[in-house]
Design a protein around this ligand. Structure first.
Ligand code: IMP
Ligand code: MG
Length: 179
């Protein structure tokens, strides 16, 4: 199916307000405790860089790269670790930052894996949430925006590697209609 770039779903100002709200919530919850923020590459890198600059607690950052999507819009359900953590999360407060939770398979597998490293606490923060598509029971602790069942791009999210640089969030449309 051929996809093309569609209309704006979430504008830049709305994204800014969403990030500020999440950063306030997270800062309040962790008070002055140190926090290891783990961004899931590549989709989270823009959201994470905006978010951490608004956090008040002292922050250490790391990244992981996992893969569950292979150049299409359907999840394979397989999560492969491409890049593991550099820092130890043992006995530390960990916040996973992800671009979007869709089927939930990526985050539930990842959470299970990171729990084996015995962090002091482990929470999830996602920019966008598509609850209609959930295949496993998982809820993020911090959710930027709940969105409808559409494939979105921009603000770090890609379609076949493209459109991550768009400052706003847009919908991918099929040539024949809007889905
Ligand atoms: P899940 O395992 O199905 O929850 O998939 C999560 C991953 O799929 C995200 O980290 C994204 O990389 C990708 N993904 C899911 N939905 C979208 C979307 O609408 N646009 C771009 N990437 C998406
Ligand atoms: Mg991703």
């Amino acid at each position: 199916m051929a996809y093309k770039l569609g209309g704006v779903l979430i504008g830049k100002d709305e994204i800014d307000r969403m990030v500020a709200r999440l950063a306030d919530q997270i800062s309040d919850d962790y008070d002055n405790q140190e926090l290891v923020v783990v961004g899931i590459l590549k989709g989270s890198f823009i959201f994470m860089s905006d978010l951490i600059r608004k956090l008040r607690p002292s922050v250490i950052i790391d990244f992981m790269s996992v893969s569950s999507y292979y150049e299409n819009t359907q999840s394979t359900g397989i999560v492969k670790i491409i890049k593991d953590l550099d820092v130890s999360i043992h006995n530390r407060n960990v916040l996973i930052v992800e671009d979007i939770v869709d089927s939930g398979l990526t985050l539930s597998n990842l959470k299970e894996l990171l729990m084996t490293k015995e962090p002091k606490s482990l929470k999830l923060c996602v920019a966008f949430d598509k609850p209609d598509r959930r295949k496993t029971q998982i809820e993020a602790d911090y959710v930027g925006m709940v969105i409808p069942d559409e494939f979105i791009v921009g603000y770090g999210l890609d379609y076949a590697g493209k459109y991550r640089n768009l400052p706003e969030v847009r919908i991918m449309e099929t040539d024949g209609g809007n889905k």
